[in-house]
Design a protein around this ligand. Structure first.
Ligand SMILES: [Zn+2]
Ligand SMILES: [Zn+2]
Length: 129
């Protein structure tokens, strides 16, 4: 005979969703987790069972809540990956350094050609600079 793992009934429960305790986990009257240990036990018909996620136990853990303390049903939002805000490049693109002309090319007023560094037009021999 196979021993039923006690976590089996938990497997069928949705996480973070209050379910009818009498239906999900039938048994003895039990206390509301929020009312505390000093409170009177409630019949399970009056309780809600909520399976919470447990940090280390993937099966989670179940707590019971009275009608007053029934957690707000949070229809589990679809697990969307955290929106990663793309960091805007904080360093502006370095502006290209302005090119400093080394020498304003002189043009021969007659030939309209660039005069070499010597200042003498290569076409007409006129000294321009
Ligand atoms: Zn309560
Ligand atoms: Zn010239």
């Amino acid at each position: 005979m196979k021993i039923t793992n006690s976590s089996d009934w938990r497997d069928g429960l949705p996480f973070d969703l209050p379910v009818d305790a009498a239906e999900a986990v039938p048994g003895e009257p039990t206390r509301c987790a929020t009312c505390g240990a000093d409170s009177e036990p409630f019949p399970r018909e009056a309780l809600w069972a909520v399976k919470h996620r447990h940090p280390t136990n993937p099966a989670g853990f179940v707590r019971f809540y009275c009608a007053d303390h029934r957690p707000q049903t949070q229809l589990a939002p679809p697990a969307t990956p955290a929106r990663v805000r793309r960091e805007r490049a904080s360093t502006p693109r370095r502006a290209a350094a302005p090119t400093i002309p080394e020498r304003v090319a002189a043009l021969c007023p007659d030939c309209f050609v660039e005069v070499p560094a010597s200042g003498v037009c290569g076409m007409c021999g006129q000294r321009v600079a």
